[in-house]
Design a protein around this ligand. Structure first.
Ligand SMILES: Nc1ncnc2c1ncn2[C@@H]1O[C@H](COP(=O)(O)OP(=O)(O)OP(=O)(O)O)[C@@H](O)[C@H]1O
Ligand SMILES: [Mg+2]
Length: 217
């Protein structure tokens, strides 16, 4: 489902963001990615979601060899992945509804189907009442939930979540985590980066650890 084999990421300035990374995640697994700030969590997620390619080695996601994706194949590949970015990446000039609907609009779904699915997923994240607000009109936690709704809307085979509960209070964080677990129960493979040692301790999930670009599973 997700497999790294001797993957390296070397940045243009020569810095090795990932070094000889090898690990596997099975279909349907729920896995944490844990490591200190600067360890390479976001770098690793960018390879999984097809935003970047490894400098050497192999990265395979959903049966696709990410290292050899052609530019024209990348958008199709990304449609099968859900990404919750550390910094949300909402479009400021679009409403909550439009932000969440975006993956389906890009895919060319019919308007009525989009409307139904957006309402459903916004209900799941508790934001039905924010449909027509713009990102700047809602709180940080609400923005985070919009980002989560957008990542879930197209039923991705793989969901990578970069600190998805980082900006939320304990209750909201628990709610969002339950949502990720529900998505996982429905068959999506979920990979969650977090600094939250307490969360990792409380949950039964496998942990992939990363430190200075090196992974120990
Ligand atoms: N484009 C780049 N060029 C050079 N170095 C980079 C680049 N992007 C990231 N890095 C470096 O690679 C390392 C890993 O960065 P990354 O963003 O993956 O860390 P992270 O584990 O996500 O950290 P955080 O928990 O703070 O989000 C850091 O030392 C960072 O400074
Ligand atoms: Mg990061």
């Amino acid at each position: 489902m997700i497999s790294f084999s001797h993957a390296y990421k070397v940045f243009p300035n020569g810095y090795q963001g990932l070094r000889n990374v090898s690990f596997e995640i099975e279909k349907g697994e729920f896995v944490f990615l844990s490591g200190p700030s600067g360890a390479g969590k976001t770098t690793l997620f960018r390879l999984i979601s097809g935003f970047d390619r490894p400098s050497s080695g192999e990265v395979n996601v959903l049966g696709t060899d990410v290292s050899s994706l052609t530019s024209s194949a990348i958008p199709y590949f990304r449609r099968r992945i859900g990404v919750i970015y550390q910094d949300f990446r909402l479009l400021r000039d679009r409403t909550v509804f439009e932000n969440v609907a975006m993956p389906l609009m890009v895919r060319g779904d019919r308007h009525l189907a989009i409307e139904r699915r957006v309402r459903e997923v916004l209900e799941q994240v508790g934001l039905s009442f924010r449909l027509s607000n713009f990102p700047d009109e809602i709180s940080g936690g609400e923005q985070q939930r919009v980002a989560i709704a957008r990542a879930l809307i197209h039923h991705p085979g793989v969901l990578v979540a970069d600190e998805p509960t980082g900006n939320l209070d304990q209750d909201m964080s628990n709610e969002i985590f339950k949502l990720l677990e529900m998505v996982n129960a429905q068959g999506t493979t979920v990979f969650v980066a977090t600094h939250d040692a307490d969360l990792i301790r409380r949950k039964p999930y496998r942990v992939v650890r990363i430190h200075e670009g090196e992974v120990s599973a």
